[in-house]
Design a protein around this ligand. Sequence first.
Ligand SMILES: Nc1ncnc2c1ncn2[C@@H]1O[C@H](COP(=O)(O)OP(=O)(O)O)[C@@H](O)[C@H]1O
Ligand SMILES: [Mg+2]
Length: 246
Amino acid sequence: MKPLEIHNLTVASGERILLSIPAASFDEGVMYGIVGPSGAGKSTFLRVLNLLEKPRSGSLSIWGHKVNAAELSHSKGVHLQRQMAFVAQKPAMFQTTVFDNVALGLSYRGVPRSRRAQLVRKALDLVGLEAAAGRKATSLSGGEAQRIALARALVLEPKLLLLDEPTSNLDPANVAIIEQIITRIRKERAMTVLMVTHHLQQARRLSDQCLFLHQGQIIEQNDTEAFFESPRHEALQDFISGKMVY
Ligand SMILES: Nc1ncnc2c1ncn2[C@@H]1O[C@H](COP(=O)(O)OP(=O)(O)O)[C@@H](O)[C@H]1O
Ligand SMILES: [Mg+2]
């Protein structure tokens, strides 16, 4: 059973089609890098997958459980959302401690307090910020906040992790730290990861497969090495060689 399959997905704003994906599927335990020019629809894609945004049409199969995403009810949506975790490009920190920021999702899910503490410690350890548990989350640096956002997602033990540009706006040292964390969690957990990134080299370093999203369409999808070494479509060749301005 595949973690995620997409059928006839379209997202529109008025007359404008933002996303059009006739079919796509994602395998268990695989990390996918999603690249493409700015405005291609990458963030829209992740938001629709996480059911934060309703498509105009289309269905998603999540572990074989097919849902009409355009007509999804809230209660059914919540059930599906709980299999996933989404890290937004600019994650907001709540004005509480780091610990409470990470524990929040578990509270919503009714996880008992003692178990919560255990899971939060484990997640903080994964991102190397166990010592920051008692600090005010709004006092964190950009890199630390991004790590806490990751911990907030990981604590939920999602089967599907959706990352939207997890290292944009970070300095090289913090980019390296986030990349190490992603590499480590992939070793420790069987998760399917979809990561949008504008760093082509990051997609190449971390992903098993890459997708090129252009003007709302998946133009190309391939194993990472082939994706970069022998891109088939001209638009992807231009994008990789830097000829496409983005
Ligand atoms: N809620 C929205 N309503 C209307 N247009 C939107 C909305 N969200 C995004 N867009 C437009 O859709 C296109 C894709 O945006 P986005 O998914 O953010 O692209 P990317 O993440 O690839 O840069 C852009 O042209 C953007 O202006
Ligand atoms: Mg985006």
